[in-house]
Design a protein around this ligand. Sequence first.
Ligand SMILES: Cc1cc2nc3c(=O)[nH]c(=O)nc-3n(C[C@H](O)[C@H](O)[C@H](O)COP(=O)(O)O)c2cc1C
Length: 475
Amino acid sequence: MTEPKQLFLNLFEMACVSHITHGLWPLPENNRHRFADLDYWVELAQILEHGGFDGVFLADVIGAYDVFRGGPETALREGLQSPNIDPLLVIPAMAAVTKRLGFGVTFSTTYEPPFAFARRMSTLDHLTKGRVGWNVVTSYLPNAARNFGLDGEIPHDLRYAYADEYLDVLYKLWEGSWDDDAIVADRERKVYTDPAKVRYIDHVGERHRVAGPHIVHPSPQRTPVIFQATGSPAGIEFAGRHAEAVFTGGRTSEEFRRNAATMRAAAVRHGRQEDDIKFIAMAGVVVGRTEEEAEDKWRLYQRNASVDGILAHSSLPVDLTAFPRDIPVREALRRADVPHAAVPFLPLDKTVGQALDFVTGTFRDRFTVVGTPKTVADAIERWLDEDGLDGINLRQYHSFDTARDFAELVVPELRKRGRLPQEGEHPGTLRERLFGGGRSRLPERHIGARYRGGENLGSPVDRLDLVGAGDVASF
Ligand SMILES: Cc1cc2nc3c(=O)[nH]c(=O)nc-3n(C[C@H](O)[C@H](O)[C@H](O)COP(=O)(O)O)c2cc1C
């Protein structure tokens, strides 16, 4: 009999008050306001580690949400991803009190140079003993561009072209600059590092010039596990080349499977295997001891959801709340002088009220489940077996209730069904947990491996063929 497929279980976090479930932070006993308190992260890490989670996933932005209503006021009132502290810096505290919990952390390839980031990630991979992953983003907020000296955002596909060179530099530093046996630490000969085993990378590209050598010696995974969330053609091509785990979703099973198949095909185009990419969906799980208790919680969360927070988060360039609920969206756009092309996802023929009800999300998609531990575990087994999902990023409605409820009620049920490792099973590095024992490093067929042993440092990689990336040479 084949073993049942196991779930890769992550909690979705962000070091701010209101990440994605807007309006819920004031609920009784919600700890979200403690996001800048180190004890919050220590307590959370302990809950997750003992509760059977594989990882905590930290989102990040580097600008204010100031498109909705033409300024940051709504976002600030809501605590919407601002204030937002640096997620890289909370990881060592969580690592210190855990042994197996993994850490996925978000960092943007667009604004800060690669050398300093390579150093920070190598540091984290050492300090966590190989439990760190990186969510590669190119940043989507116009305000982020203005924080880093630009007048406005770099076009979408061009950001991915820049990101491609950024990762190339990182692979050279992480994989190529040092050999595994460079550190000899020979007390008698008084030699710490064998200089013959460390080299410059001398990267000269269109956007970056980096000499190296890397300033940190090889960490357990060298390259952290590469995560990415994408839906665009350019992003999918990028994922096909680089990503090891992709956040993808779908309102329905068919939509999810279509998205996953597109990514797998992209991986194969880049000389990789279909199962070199794992799929993680953002999942909403509201669990109770009875169906009624779970439904009550769900209703509480829905009732408190903030329309303003959701609209500001989606950077909606029109304030639908300023119009009567019974007029068509088309009419509201006409009155606001906003072209439909600026909001293609809004249904023109629905009323403003219907559109607002839709965005506040009273519907349940494929990866939302409300019910008893049995109902939840049944749904998760369907996601794994029918859809081909590998993991979930659990949306937090309440901190720490969401994580605690899942740990106490759902984890034992999933363990019973062989869907999670038993307590105390320790798989080593984050990459090993995702891909199986013995695989702490990138596989040979991944593009990052081409620099191992100092090979290929002088030979440029082919440009990623990004649909519509434009003239990359004119950076
Ligand atoms: C689950 C999930 C998490 C994301 N986390 C972040 C984040 O923390 N920071 C960020 O700038 N973008 C984040 N994004 C946005 C993605 O980086 C990306 O911009 C988006 O998925 C659109 O894909 P595209 O750029 O290929 O069009 C996230 C997206 C998803 C679906």
